[in-house]
Design a protein around this ligand. Structure first.
Ligand code: NCD
Length: 330
């Protein structure tokens, strides 16, 4: 993309965006906060962020703004993309990521105290924590916006946003698609958030997992009660031919109480070129990453392998979300 193209854009990054921004100064805790109009708005803004990054690397929209990134669980993509997003918008980050063990958390400081401390320095806090509901607890104590970057087996809303944005960018639509999710549907928080977010669209859902990793019953009931065409199976061959999106997930070893159970299911599925020869030529393979053994490396050169493009979309979505939460539009 050339610089000329960007100057042809509306004078403001925000001019003529479809939908509305409902996130200025708000917490982002769960995908239930999103609906079609605000998703359309966010995705259009993310596309503009992509153009800005491709044209000139970034824009000084959040100059002198500071984000605290508080990660009590490991992270590569989520933490790195929030840092990159903030910096490409001209802001900066207090990273308490791989180093929670070096912070006062290791001295026994509680989550509310850590949150109330960090918000004295920062304008918003991104939080990843092993307990389901922790982001909502943090939000109860915080005066600054909390962004949930994964709360145990609960939700991972910003991942679901980038997943949905990827489907839209790759396939041009979300309505009318058959989305299959494969792997650890029980503990995988990305699956939980993406499934709920997809209920804003007209899709067919296919859940593929071994018995002990089935999607939680309450979520399955939510999908059924909303009247969706949904099917569960153990056998990937049952759905490979009809899937437009194959959303593959890692078996979440760290969430198992009994590691013997993990050993039973850890290599249950493997996406290979042979398997993909049964799939349609316009489908895409996605994965929130990290991958362990679920997708063979030979698949990476297949044009349908979208998982690294998906990673890149995480930057644009998080830039759009940070701009929505932190930038006051005139
Ligand atoms: C996921 C997570 O942390 O839930 N990773 C990510 O944020 N991209 C998926 C996983 O850990 O398997």
């Amino acid at each position: 993309m050339t610089f000329e193209v960007i100057t042809e854009r509306p004078a403001s990054l925000f001019d003529n965006l479809p939908g509305t921004n409902q996130f200025y100064g708000q917490h982002v805790l769960a995908v239930s906060q999103f609906n079609r109009p605000n998703l359309t708005h966010l995705f259009a803004l993310a596309e503009r962020m992509r153009d800005v990054v491709e044209a000139c690397g970034g824009i000084d929209l959040l100059k002198h703004r500071v984000l605290a990134a508080l990660f009590y669980e490991p992270s590569t993509r989520t933490s790195a993309s929030f840092v990159a997003a903030m910096e490409r918008l001209g802001g900066s980050v207090i990273p308490i990521t791989q180093g929670v063990q070096f912070s006062s958390v290791s001295k026994g400081e509680t989550l509310p105290d850590t949150i109330r401390t960090l918000e004295q320095y920062a304008d918003a806090i991104v939080l990843r924590h092993p307990e389901t509901g922790s982001a909502a607890i943090a939000a109860r104590y915080a005066e600054k916006p909390i962004i949930n970057a994964g709360d145990g087996t609960g939700e991972h809303p910003t991942q679901a946003l980038l997943d949905l944005f990827t489907i839209l960018e790759e396939l041009g639509t979300i309505d009318g698609l058959t989305v299959a999710m494969i792997g650890d549907l029980h503990y995988g928080r990305t699956v939980h958030s993406l499934t709920k977010l997809l209920l804003n669209y007209d899709v067919r859902l296919r859940f593929v997992s071994p018995e002990i990793l089935r999607i939680p019953l309450n979520l399955m009931n939510e999908v059924r009660d909303a009247g969706y065409d949904v099917r569960e199976t153990y056998d990937v061959h049952d759905i490979i031919g009809e899937a437009d999106v194959f959303y593959v997930t890692r078996v979440q070893k760290e969430r198992f109480g009994d590691l013997a159970q993990y050993e039973q299911v850890k290599d249950y599925y493997k996406i290979t070129p042979e398997l993909l020869s049964e799939a349609n030529s316009r489908m895409i393979v996605m994965h929130p990453l990290p991958r362990v053994n679920e997708i063979s490396y030979e698949v990476d050169t297949d044009p349908r392998a979208a998982y690294f493009r998906q990673v890149r979309n995480g930057l644009y979505i998080r830039m759009a979300l940070l701009a929505a939460v932190l930038h006051k539009r005139s």
